[in-house]
Design a protein around this ligand. Structure first.
Ligand SMILES: CC(C)(COP(=O)(O)OP(=O)(O)OC[C@H]1O[C@@H](n2cnc3c(N)ncnc32)[C@H](O)[C@@H]1OP(=O)(O)O)[C@@H](O)C(=O)NCCC(=O)NCCS
Length: 179
């Protein structure tokens, strides 16, 4: 068999794999056709906790999640399809003019489909409705994807917090100016 044969077989296997990925992505997108981004219902906090535990290194108790919701219900939102909650964002209003993103996570299988973007865009819009002018967040310095995601949404790194997380990791502080 010629080298050319091996090359084209490998090439077509790669293409098949790619085609499969595109098909799977299209199928997942279809599941998201009917969805909403809305304020969380307190009964859904359990589901948000599950997503958080699978995606984030810090652990948040049920009580703390309810406290965050109670302090600012409009700042705690979910991405919901007809059958599932696939992501959530929990925010805090720190002052009249400043909000903070405490948690943002989406279900792994459904990442890179725009869920995180919709959550953050809705949160920013909610902040604007409340007259908030700056949004702050912390992200682990090794969370490349998270940092790039926030940068794409207009956040910039302003400082570093040493030993910020319970495992001793550092965090970047990122800000977005809304006006
Ligand atoms: C960071 C995180 C929330 C992003 O959520 P997501 O649902 O994947 O976000 P999006 O799909 O909106 O955007 C991410 C990617 O999809 C792409 N994308 C955006 N909108 C899209 C769309 N409509 N269709 C297809 N792709 C899209 C973006 O270009 C981006 O590219 P990438 O895959 O190279 O990163 C998610 O990865 C996550 O939960 N990570 C673990 C927890 C975490 O790190 N949280 C943030 C720090 S606290």
């Amino acid at each position: 068999m010629s080298n050319m044969g091996i090359f084209s077989r490998r090439h077509s296997n790669k293409k098949l794999l790619n085609d499969d990925r595109i098909a799977t992505k299209e199928m997942l997108k279809e599941e998201l056709k009917y969805h909403s981004v809305r304020k969380i219902d307190p009964t859904e906090i359990r589901t948000a906790m599950d997503i958080s535990q699978r995606s984030l290194s810090e652990r948040y108790s049920k009580e703390l999640m309810h406290e965050i919701y109670g302090a600012w219900p409009d700042g705690f939102m979910v991405y919901s399809t007809e059958s599932d909650i696939l992501g959530f964002l929990a925010g805090k209003r720190v002052t009249q003019s400043e909000a903070r993103i405490l948690m943002l996570a989406t279900t792994e299988k459904y990442r890179s489909l725009g869920i995180g973007s919709e959550l953050i865009e809705n949160f920013v819009q909610t902040c604007r409705n409340y007259g908030i002018i700056t949004v702050r967040l912390e992200v682990r310095i090794d969370n490349k994807r998270g940092i790039e995601f926030y940068q794409r949404h207009g956040f910039i790194v302003t400082s570093i917090l040493r030993n910020y997380y319970s495992d001793g990791s550092d965090a970047y502080v990122m800000w977005k100016q809304l006006i």
